[in-house]
Design a protein around this ligand. Structure first.
Ligand SMILES: CC(=O)N[C@H]1[C@@H](OP(=O)(O)OP(=O)(O)OC[C@H]2O[C@@H](n3ccc(=O)[nH]c3=O)[C@H](O)[C@@H]2O)O[C@H](CO)[C@H](O)[C@@H]1O
Ligand SMILES: [Mn+2]
Length: 346
């Protein structure tokens, strides 16, 4: 155990509604933690129980049908998990069920270098549309906490800033997310959350993202490959030397790494898996073609997600919206890759 002092990992809470920023706490980081395989105790919560689909009496909502539903898209995977589209859930029902459990939700985002410019749009739109009325902590990992904007947050929601080192390669930031998130979940987030989402910061909420996105492990279909892509055209890692390798004749879907979430402990295992696998790759002088997204896709092929979210949950301002996307809930911004990244574009 040592104190990581080269680049302090500090944490501070932005108090609402007074916006007085307290002195950052110093977090002592146990860097051995990611190597250890011991099972951590899961903090018990008497309010929040897995698989508890109860709801209060007296809630008014439309009669559900066994006959009428979406017919233009598939709404179930071949392992019988929901494939979530607009029209496959009643927001009143699903929110009432999960609201009763009142889970604590951690949202992990990185804003390193010039990406701090995306924080305001993400947070302000998140307050309008993201799990409204649920308890959320935004964990903002940044190398420049002065640029974290003071955004008005709704009740039960807060921001925690975690300081991380700057980087000279964007690839190191996207992969570094796995390392710093693993360490910080171990150190702090585990005590504070029941669910965890990992998200790209260059995203804006445009529509409701609610309890229908919650499950043990929820992954989002990448908008670029969800409709008519053959297995051998998925941009999986294809070099057998990499830990992210997927053979040409295997695969279900191609998932984006820009939005994924689930139970805290399941997400912890997955984030740590992506970290460990990328470290293995580094030892072998290889970096997966789409960094952590490649490792994520390999994991999800052999450990199926319990919910698959349609590309409504991550569209892009670069693309027009096809007729099967009835609502764009989150969209990636158009950005000048060469300008915003420390080492230029792709
Ligand atoms: C839509 C989608 O599939 N997105 C994925 C795609 O990224 P994108 O091309 O959308 O990558 P990106 O530039 O948004 O980088 C991913 C995220 O890393 C953070 N960041 C990155 C660079 C930097 O200098 N500072 C910084 O803070 C920031 O939170 C950003 O949103 O490919 C990446 C890996 O190649 C990740 O798998 C992304 O999740
Ligand atoms: Mn992005």
């Amino acid at each position: 155990i040592y104190i990581y002092s080269g680049n302090d990992i500090s944490s501070l809470s932005v108090c609402q509604p007074c916006y007085v920023v307290p002195e950052p706490d110093r977090i002592i980081v146990d860097t051995d933690v990611v190597e250890k395989e011991e099972i951590k105790p899961v903090p018990s919560s008497d309010k929040w129980k897995i698989g508890d689909l109860t709801m209060p009496s007296g809630v008014k909502y439309a009669l559900p049908s066994t006959q009428i539903g979406r017919t233009d898209v598939n709404t179930v995977t071949n392992w019988n998990a929901p494939l979530v589209w607009e029209g496959t859930f009643d927001p009143v029902v699903i929110d009432a069920i999960y609201k009763k459990m009142d889970p604590r939700i951690a949202v992990v985002v990185f804003a390193v270098g010039k990406y701090t410019r995306f924080l305001r749009g993400f947070l302000e739109s998140g307050e309008k549309y993201f799990l409204v009325d649920f308890r959320i902590t935004y964990y903002i990992f940044t190398d420049n906490e002065k640029e974290v904007p003071r955004v008005a947050l709704n009740k039960g929601r807060k921001i925690t800033v975690v300081t991380v080192p700057s980087a000279t390669r964007w690839q190191d930031v996207v992969l570094g997310r796995m390392k710093w998130a693993t360490i910080t979940i171990d150190k702090q987030i585990r005590q504070e959350a029941d669910y965890l989402f990992m998200m790209d910061i260059d995203s804006v909420f445009h529509g409701r993202v609610g309890a229908e996105a919650l499950s043990r492990l929820s992954a989002v279909l990448h908008r670029g490959y969800y409709k008519r892509t053959n297995r051998d055209d998925f941009p999986y890692e294809r070099r057998p030397q990499s830990k992210a390798y997927i053979p040409i004749d295997e695969g279900d879907y191609y998932y984006t790494a820009a939005v994924w979430g689930g139970y805290l402990e399941d997400m912890y295992n997955l984030v740590k898996y992506c970290y460990n696998m990328s470290e293995e790759d580094k030892k072998n002088n290889i970096e997966a073609v789409w960094q952590e997204e490649s490792h994520l896709n390999r994991y999800l092929l052999y450990n199926k997600p319990t919910k698959v979210l349609s590309p409504e949950y991550l569209w892009s301002d670069y693309d027009s919206v096809p007729s099967d996307i009835k609502v764009v809930r989150i969209s990636q911004l158009v950005k000048n890759y060469a300008e915003v990244r420390p080492n230029g574009g792709h």
